[in-house]
Design a protein. Structure first.
Length: 127
């Protein structure tokens, strides 16, 4: 009999099956929110340009913002912006050597989510 040969075929890795640490989730979401913001910049600049061009442009943007779908879109962009800001500050603090231990990194990750949610609620109340 011949010895069994090791199988050299690639193995399927079910990425969603793994349980990632909260610090990795915060980091990945920070990158995703940055990509979302990058692709939304043209929309935001166009909206700003249209609203500042004339009184008619301002009223058309104001009328467009009454649509629930557009409001949800702008709310998602605002959520990405606030999350990216808070997570970016967390990453800057980590680069400065603050919060590098496992316990403080986890605390900072949960605090990032908490602060982002609090800011979104505060913005919703104020607007």
């Amino acid at each position: 009999m011949t010895a069994l040969k090791k199988d050299s075929r690639p193995v399927f890795q079910a990425v969603l099956k793994y349980r990632y640490p909260v610090t990795a989730i915060v980091s990945v979401l920070h990158r995703i929110s940055g990509v979302i913001l990058f692709f939304c910049i043209p929309l935001l600049l166009w909206t700003l340009n249209k609203s500042l061009s004339s009184a008619d442009g301002f009223s058309s943007v104001q009328q467009c913002l009454q649509s629930p779908l557009v409001l949800i879109l702008f709310w998602a962009i605002l959520a990405a912006l606030l999350y990216h800001l808070v997570a970016g500050i967390r990453h800057l603090l980590a680069d400065a050597g603050i919060g590098e231990s496992l316990k403080t990194a986890r605390f900072g990750a949960y605090l990032t989510f908490l602060i982002t949610i609090a800011l979104l609620i505060a913005v919703r109340i104020l607007l």
